[in-house]
Design a protein around this ligand. Structure first.
Ligand code: CUA
Length: 348
């Protein structure tokens, strides 16, 4: 009777971890699949060991239990060579069964595709609390949304601008740490079909660690080319000269839009075409949850008080009038990427 609430509690906890879009148990693409296969193999072996050991233990407990009227001391046994050899050899065999595919997978996944001309190289830089994505082959920099072509090797070179973070897209690949001290960690993955894959920072890095989300937008290769071209199109300042002046002075001192401003802080090129603001406020015309709204609404909320949304982030509360705040939010929401209209992207 006490077990039931306990089991219910555990089930509740596990169901909270069960977001399919953030689960490594829903592998997409060859890299995640090979990691998942290894997980299945090792868990199967573990379950086999547990079942056999528990079966023997319970059998012995019951079969040789003390019975009424039987006070004899049982035969005392000291060592049994045959048994000892058996219980040494069986684990050895299990370790070999587990070890061979593990080593094969480790080496296969350590392959460096950054010089493969068919691969798309992305330099990932983690910042408190956002992600920067640079495409050296294409001359493009963006933030929070990693746009990639489907069925191509994406070669990641990950580093950090500040503290230790960890780059993780559960459905596509295992995580890699971004280590302070300038070292670069590499991995690669492939997205099999168009869609949005969800990514997270997987290393406690500060008060907004849990909000350090990003998205992977996998699109058809032709659509990826459109995206690159749209990202390189000449940038326009806000059409209202007063708003343009404020935007240049107060925003472009850090941010970049195309070739304007920057380059230190999140690049805002094509902001209006992104799925979210700051990685967490979802852009949707019909809000499904309390903290969702249109791109304009979310940009407005974000610029008005960035610390209220992501505590501890580097964006200061900028002193703006109501008209300036509205004008800048409107301008950014309308910064769409021309010609980049991938077919509807569903979450994976
Ligand atoms: Cu970055 Cu946790």
């Amino acid at each position: 009777k006490r077990l039931l609430p306990l089991l219910a509690g555990v089930a509740l906890l596990l169901s909270a971890c069960g977001r399919a879009d953030l689960s490594a148990l829903n592998p997409q693409g060859p890299v995640a699949q090979s990691q998942y296969d290894l997980m299945k193999l090792s868990i199967s072996i573990m379950i086999l060991v547990v079942v056999v050991v528990f079966a023997i233990a319970f059998y012995v407990l019951i079969r040789f239990r003390r019975r009424p009227g039987n006070d004899k001391i049982p035969v005392q046994v000291e060592g049994n060579h045959k048994l000892e050899i058996i219980w040494t050899v069986i684990p050895l065999i299990l370790l070999v069964i587990l070890g061979i595919p593990t080593i094969q997978t480790v080496f296969a996944l350590a392959e460096d595709y950054s010089r493969d001309e068919n691969a798309v190289v992305v330099k990932v830089t983690a910042h408190l609390y956002w992600w920067e994505f640079e495409y050296p082959q294409h001359g493009v920099v963006t933030a929070q949304e990693l746009v990639i072509p489907t069925n191509a090797k994406i070669a990641i070179e990950a580093k950090t601008a500040d503290v230790l973070h960890s780059f993780w897209i559960p459905a596509l690949a295992g995580k890699i740490d971004t280590n302070p001290g300038g070292n670069v960690n590499r991995m690669f993955f492939e997205a099999p079909k168009p869609g949005i894959y969800y990514g997270k920072c997987a290393e406690l890095c500060g008060p907004s660690h849990a909000l350090m989300d990003f998205k992977v937008k996998a699109v058809e290769p032709a659509s990826f080319e459109n995206w690159v071209n749209a990202m390189k199109a000449p940038a326009q300042l806000p059409s209202d000269p007063a708003i343009a002046e404020v935007f240049e002075n107060k925003c472009l001192s850090c941010h970049a839009v195309g070739e304007l401003g920057g380059p230190a802080f999140p690049n805002l090129t094509g902001m209006g075409s992104r799925e979210s603001v700051a990685g967490i406020l979802l852009n949707t015309e019909e809000p499904k949850y309390e903290n969702e709204g249109s791109t304009y609404e979310n940009l407005y909320r974000w610029i008005q008080d960035p610390q209220a949304i992501k505590p501890g982030n580097a964006m200061p509360k900028v002193d703006l009038t109501e008209e300036e705040l509205e004008g800048i939010s409107r301008y950014l929401a309308e910064l769409k990427l021309e010609g980049f209209n991938p077919a509807e992207l569903e979450g994976n």
